[in-house]
Structures are given as structure tokens and as C-alpha cells.
Design a protein around this ligand. Structure first.
Ligand SMILES: C[S@@+](CC[C@H](N)C(=O)[O-])C[C@H]1O[C@@H](n2cnc3c(N)ncnc32)[C@H](O)[C@@H]1O
Length: 400
């Protein structure tokens, strides 16, 4: 292992709880204090890294987290439930020993694998994948902690730059990592030590997490069970939720019971035939919500399609949420503005209108400046970036 261990440990610390557009701890606490005082059952339908669920769990609130990203679900599960570190350490030891001895591999289903990994790293990763599947790690909290360490190791032992959320091989990374054999077993071991330090106690948790697609129209929606929904939904242009996790998703594929999501299932997608799921009625309703769409359609039809698709997906998600909430329930949304093809869109305002058109009434709102958050200054003005987020709280009033 050529990389210096202190710098490696630093990047490991940084990596474990990193998640794109993660809710900051302070905001998660503020939202629960302000809106969930008498909460019977809470839902975060776009839970990501589970920041809100962790805060809810610490307050003893019964909560459910949903996300379409299996990595997000794994991270949220480990963070909220914890695990018995001594049992997990034995599992990890067995996995590493068996992978060292056994020659069998479970190949990564990833285009251009040699581009991302050295031959030796790839072989070790694929052996560990084989053993991880045999050991059915996803079935226990301890196994999940090991699976999380494995999934987190993939970026560190790839040739990609560790600093960027999106995997890409920068010149800097090429020079720094050139000729190094990045041993996945060593990285998994270090990562798991850190995961043990952070979450290695079994917690009594009222939180459950579910891998689901909030835009899935055909699946059953539990009726009228949540008193509170608090969430930060995906941003427009947020296809990077998929791109960012490309390597981790390839690694986790076939290691859990559920199939890996397709990139088009992520709300905010820019890929594929975007209008396939957008009806004529959606188009009309979208234009009524956002008159700028007419201009955008002329300026850049593809960008207009991205916005149409985003709004159609968010409409489906909000209708599902509405069905699953009790009368008088509260829905709290954290959202900002976005730049699409140099057009500034007040995404929060549009979502507010969409929510109000589905039976909700706004009862509170405030701005949360994001200057205090750890974002690279160079990203200021980037298409997804915003200066503050708007918190909007609604009450569901169903007609009798
Ligand atoms: C703004 S992030 C949420 C971040 C989260 N609050 C945190 O603290 O980490 C939005 C999340 O929506 C998820 N998402 C995108 N499309 C989805 C879909 N169709 N169904 C469910 N979740 C989806 C993404 O995977 C991402 O984790």
C-alpha cells in the first residue's frame, strides 16, 4: 500500500458521511424542533444519507426513510440502527480471509472496468464481491456494516479523484495514484474500523428504511399513516445522484435482494427518453406552474424536457405523499433555486404551487443560507447551486 496512512485515514473520515446535497445536522434538528413536536409517525421520502432520520431516532420519533439509491439506504440503515461491533469484526475477518484464499469472483457489471481499476485491485474487489454474496451480508445489521465498508472502498481503490463527488480520473489523481496498488482489503479494514467507531453499538431504533422509487405509479401506497413528512427533495439537474454513485451501485448490484435502479428512475434525470413518462396533461399543468417553460422550450427543447420530466415526477411523488398522510398532517420541504440553461428557476416556488394544488396549505416558511456549508467556492454559480434554501411548511386539509 503506497498511499500514506494518515492522509488515507483523513479521506476515509471525510468519505463515510459524505452525500451530495446532504441536509446539515443543524437544519435537521431545527426542522424537528420546529415542526415535529407532537409527531406520531415521520416520513422522509428522499432520505439520502439519513441525516434527518438520525436526528429523529435520537429524539425517539418513529420514522421511515425512503430512497431509490441502495447506497443511501445502506448508509441510513447502518447510521440509524447501529450494529454489534464484535460480531461485525468477526464477519469482516472471515470475509477477508475467505476472499484471500478463494479464487472465485463475482464480476462487476461496469463498462470499461480497466479504466477505473488496476488489474490487481479489480480482481480483489471481485473476489470480495463473491464472498460477500455467499455470506448474505445484507441480511443483518453487522453484515450491512461490512457491506457499507466494501461499497465505500470502491472509490478509494479506484483511479478516480477522491475529492470530487462524481467519479472521474483527474490529472492530479493519475499522478498521485500512478503505480500504486490500492489494496481493497486494507481499505475495507480501515473503513470498517471507522464505521465501528461511529456507529458500532446496537441502537434501539424506531427507524426503518426502504428502497423505493417515489415515482413508481403502480405500487401500493400505504394510506393515511404519516402525521409528518419532512424532506429535501432532489434538485432539478440532479442526475449526479446516479452518476456520483456509479461505482458503488455497480459494486452493490447482486449483493442485496433488490435490483439496481436505472439512472432514469432518479428524479431530476437528464437521460433517456425524458418525455416517455410525461403526459399531455402534465405538460399543460407544468406550463401553468412555470410560465418560463414556454421560453425554455424555444431556447433549448432538451432542457425544457428535463424540467417537464422533473415536475411530472415530483407531481407523482407529491400525490403519493398526500395519500399516505393523515388529515391535518404536516409536510415540510427544503428546496432552493436552480439554473437550467442559464435560466434561473425558483424550484422551491414551483414546488410550493404544486403542493398547494394537491390540497396543502402553507402555514410557515423561512430561508436557510447555505454559506456556512462545506461547499467548494468554485461551485458557486454552477447549474445546481443556490445561495439559500427555502423551508416551506404545509398542512394537509382534506375536504370532508
Ligand atoms: C437532496 S437529496 C436528499 C439528501 C438527504 N436529505 C440527506 O441528508 O442526505 C435527494 C435524494 O432523493 C433521492 N431520489 C431521487 N430520485 C428518487 C426517487 N425516484 N425515489 C426516491 N428517492 C429518490 C436521491 O437518491 C437523493 O438521495
Amino acid at each position: 500500500m503506497a498511499a500514506s496512512t494518515p492522509s488515507l485515514i483523513n479521506s476515509i473520515r471525510f468519505r463515510i458521511e459524505r452525500y451530495p446535497a446532504k441536509m446539515v445536522k443543524g437544519l435537521a434538528s431545527t426542522l424537528l424542533d420546529r415542526y415535529a413536536g407532537r409527531c406520531d409517525r415521520l416520513l422522509d421520502p428522499f432520505c439520502g444519507s439519513g441525516e434527518l432520520l438520525v436526528a429523529a431516532s435520537a429524539r425517539g420519533i418513529r420514522a421511515t426513510g425512503i430512497d431509490v439509491n441502495p447506497f443511501a439506504i445502506l448508509l441510513s440503515a447502518v447510521r440509524t440502527r447501529g450494529f454489534e461491533w464484535s460480531r461485525a469484526a468477526i464477519l469482516l475477518r472471515d470475509l477477508l480471509r475467505t476472499a484471500e484464499r478463494k479464487g472465485k469472483t463475482l464480476p462487476l457489471d461496469l463498462l470499461g472496468k480497466d479504466y477505473w481499476f488496476t488489474v490487481r485491485s479489480l480482481e480483489k474487489l471481485e473476489r470480495m464481491r463473491y464472498v460477500a454474496r455467499m455470506m448474505r451480508l445484507h441480511e443483518s445489521p453487522e453484515g450491512q456494516s461490512v457491506l457499507l465498508a466494501l461499497a465505500l472502498s470502491i472509490r478509494l481503490c479506484s483511479k478516480a479523484d477522491d475529492r470530487s463527488p462524481k467519479p472521474f480520473i483527474s490529472k492530479e489523481a493519475l499522478t498521485r495514484k500512478f503505480g500504486q496498488h490500492l489494496d481493497p482489503a486494507f481499505l475495507v479494514y480501515l473503513l470498517h474500523l471507522e464505521i465501528q467507531r461511529l456507529y458500532g453499538t446496537r441502537k434501539r431504533s424506531n427507524v426503518n428504511v426502504q428502497l423505493r422509487d417515489m415515482t413508481e405509479r403502480m405500487t401500493h401506497v400505504p394510506q393515511r399513516i404519516y402525521s409528518h413528512v419532512i424532506t429535501s427533495p432532489p434538485y432539478l439537474n440532479a442526475q449526479d445522484y446516479y452518476r456520483n454513485f456509479k461505482l458503488e451501485l455497480a459494486f452493490l448490484s447482486k449483493l442485496t435482494e433488490t435490483p439496481t435502479p436505472r439512472s432514469e428512475q432518479f428524479i431530476g434525470t437528464e437521460r433517456g427518453p425524458l418525455m416517455a413518462r410525461v403526459t399531455l396533461m402534465d405538460v399543460e399543468q407544468n406550463k401553468a406552474l412555470l410560465p418560463q417553460l414556454e421560453d425554455l422550450e424555444r431556447k433549448s427543447p432538451r432542457h425544457a424536457e428535463i424540467v417537464h420530466r422533473y415536475l411530472a415526477d415530483m407531481r407523482t411523488a407529491i400525490i403519493r405523499l398526500q395519500k399516505s398522510m393523515v388529515n391535518d398532517g404536516s409536510l415540510v420541504i427544503v428546496c432552493g433555486d436552480n439554473l437550467v440553461c442559464r435560466t434561473r428557476i425558483n424550484t422551491w416556488r414551483v414546488l410550493n404551487r404544486l403542493i398547494e394544488s394537491n390540497g396543502f396549505t402553507l402555514f410557515d416558511s423561512f430561508d436557510d443560507p447555505i454559506r456556512a456549508r462545506a461547499l467548494a467556492p468554485s461551485r458557486a454559480g454552477h447549474k445546481g447551486l443556490i445561495k439559500e434554501e427555502r423551508i416551506s411548511a404545509f398542512r394537509l386539509v382534506r375536504p370532508h
